[in-house]
Design a protein around this ligand. Sequence first.
Ligand SMILES: Nc1ncnc2c1ncn2[C@@H]1O[C@H](COP(=O)(O)OP(=O)(O)OP(=O)(O)O)[C@@H](O)[C@H]1O
Ligand SMILES: C[C@H](N)[C@H](N)CCCCCC(=O)O
Ligand SMILES: [Mg+2]
Length: 226
Amino acid sequence: MNISTLFNQHKTIFITGTDTEVGKTFCASLMVKALLKDNLDIFPFKPISAGTQYYPELEASNNTMANEDAVCLYNAVQRRYSLDQINPIVFDQPIAPHIAAKMAQQALDFNRLDIAYKGIKDLGEVQLIEGAGGWHLPLNDSELLSEWVAQHQLPVIMVVGVKLGCLNHALLTAQAIEQSGCNLIGWIANYIEGDSDIAKQNVAFIKQKLNAPLIHSVQQGQTELV
Ligand SMILES: Nc1ncnc2c1ncn2[C@@H]1O[C@H](COP(=O)(O)OP(=O)(O)OP(=O)(O)O)[C@@H](O)[C@H]1O
Ligand SMILES: C[C@H](N)[C@H](N)CCCCCC(=O)O
Ligand SMILES: [Mg+2]
């Protein structure tokens, strides 16, 4: 499926995954590049990130400590938007954001997310929002990011990191998205460990089990969406 067609139907899409480290940012970056190629002004949004590192090449932006996902998306969008716009809420430690927020004595809640979201609402013709971790990411002891996505009725794309255990994770995540009251508009098979015959059989199983379409299969080291 052509990704621009999907964004013509949905101005804003939320990208989640079967877990942390399954390739949400990797796939989101490929999507951003493909959309730019189709002349769509895409704004990539990573509202919450956890984990920063030193980027000497960001000296000019006055902000050399940054989150890896934010920098990936910033580069994918050819630096048309600032790092602060792309990633307004950043915690230094690479841990669950609600714990990082507590440690930093900062609020992390629907209200803070809404303020950040309002701040970027006019950016880009279309927007791709990357969550953090899996679908039910805690914001604090009582609120989940999935509930915020449901409040805003954002359509969802799920990235499945194809590896042992992903069958259960894919079915549970798809079920959870639906139970949250959100629309899973498609999923991406990300062959993080290569496309062995077993990996392909896993993808075939998920494909026949889910109602949502398989939008793309992404190979290891892929540099463009095909
Ligand atoms: N198809 C792929 N080919 C090669 N490397 C990949 C691929 N998909 C993911 N990776 C690598 O795997 C790691 C995890 O991917 P990524 O950062 O996109 O995960 P994520 O789901 O966004 O994680 P997080 O929950 O931290 O946001 C990264 O180093 C990324 O470059
Ligand atoms: C730090 C990491 N790379 C992610 N950004 C945050 C992952 C949070 C996972 C929370 C959980 O479900 O246990
Ligand atoms: Mg990511």
